[in-house]
Ligand binder design. Sequence first.
Ligand code: C5P
Length: 295
Amino acid sequence: MQRLSKGGPYPRGCACRRCPADEAGAADWFDARFDGAVSPVWTKDNMDLPPDVQRWWLMLQPQFKSHNTHEVLSKLFQIVPGEDPYRSRDPRHCRRCAVVGNSGNLRGSGYGPEIDGHDFIMRMNQAPTVGFEGDVGSRTTHHFMYPESARNLPANVSFVLVPFKTLDLLWIASALSTGQIRFTYAPVKPFLRVDKEKVQIYNPAFFKYIHDRWTEHHGRYPSTGMLVLFFALHVCDEVNVFGFGADSRGNWHHYWENNRYAGEFRKTGVHDADFEAHIVDMLSKTSKIEVYRGS
Ligand code: C5P
């Protein structure tokens, strides 16, 4: 008999090779922070944010005028589904997920086939695969982006929009219909080619939950990598992490860039890369994830 753990993502005695919830010891750190009640996706059922979340979310990019979120989402959910695709799970199947960050430590790693063997393969922002298949794989099931980092995706990929302001919700509605919005703080794609039926919106309440409980207010807000990692921890049974942190020489660049100073997310001052690395280490030490550190 399978038994679901209290509010958690992991069925006790799950169908995976290793079941994170069954690891003995060292789980207090995880259990004190994990809250399975917060949904990673923003849907028709949880449209109205708690007031503290709403206030926090609107301050992420405070230069933008806020709009009535409920109204904007109601219109958006006429274009995209607005449903939680993760609500029902088959306890007999181990859902194995690869979270693929953009670190240069993937270069020369040869992880491609290993990454491609997962049920869900989650990438973020630019994350090219063509030309890097041997190291990063070629399959993608989920691609997390914000408007300013968005690119077209093949029809079988879920686009998970990470919104930082109400304008981002207006943008995705526009980019899937009229093409009116072309600029936020940078140029954005007026039209986006993605499968509308597979668009999901990242829940600001989940974003704040990570900031409060996991990154504990280190940095102004968590990096995209953290957002994706915790999304995976809440919807998957087994989470394997690739492309996070520095390479073996201490460089923090992207795997597709030869300039070792390029795209250093730790230098923006917005995120606390060292604290985030500590969280990844703790998740690994407590056997909640496995980290592939690359080369
Ligand atoms: O640079 P970008 O934000 O697109 O990278 C995606 C994520 O990958 C980052 O938010 C960060 O969590 C992770 N990353 C990393 N180490 C790097 C580069 C990126 O951990 N060297």
